[in-house]
Design a protein around this ligand. Structure first.
Ligand code: 5GP
Length: 122
């Protein structure tokens, strides 16, 4: 674990303190709908144990990273988008727009997705 010991928003969601539309959960991961969906399907997959970002997760617990990816696939299956395809995104730090420093995968799909990576327009 890294960063401040204060609970993150996602720990409060996992703990049930803040309500969320939960899609799937298991021993190590927790998946719920993003409050500001960027696509028809937009689900966040969070490891129960907190790491700041995907690089720290990969270094600290590769099996847990694998669990997150397996849960992303499970979410796609549950949402009926395994065949049509989906995107998995880990925003990392400022320029990528990471706002919650508890690593999470965005699972996006349910419609053709636009290009990504372009700088923000004013
Ligand atoms: P990031 O920008 O860190 O990659 O992603 C954080 C995501 O969390 C954003 O897409 C944002 O919409 C979502 N989010 C922020 N607050 C809440 C909340 O209270 N509930 C849910 N379900 N999602 C949230």
């Amino acid at each position: 674990m890294s960063g401040s010991e204060a609970e993150t928003l996602f720990e409060r969601i996992i703990g049930g303190e803040i309500p969320a539309d939960v899609v799937y959960q298991d021993e190590t991961t927790f998946a719920f709908r993003d409050i500001r969906a960027q696509a028809r399907v937009h689900v966040l997959v969070v490891p129960r144990k907190r790491y700041r970002n995907v690089a720290e997760l990969a270094a600290g617990d590769p099996q847990l990273l694998s669990d997150v990816i397996a849960t992303a696939r499970k979410v796609a299956e549950l949402e009926g988008i395994l065949e049509s395809g989906y995107r998995v995104v880990f925003n990392t730090d400022e320029d990528a727009g990471q706002t919650v420093f508890h690593v999470h995968a965005h699972v996006l799909g349910g419609e053709p997705l636009g290009l990504f990576g372009a700088p923000e327009q004013d």
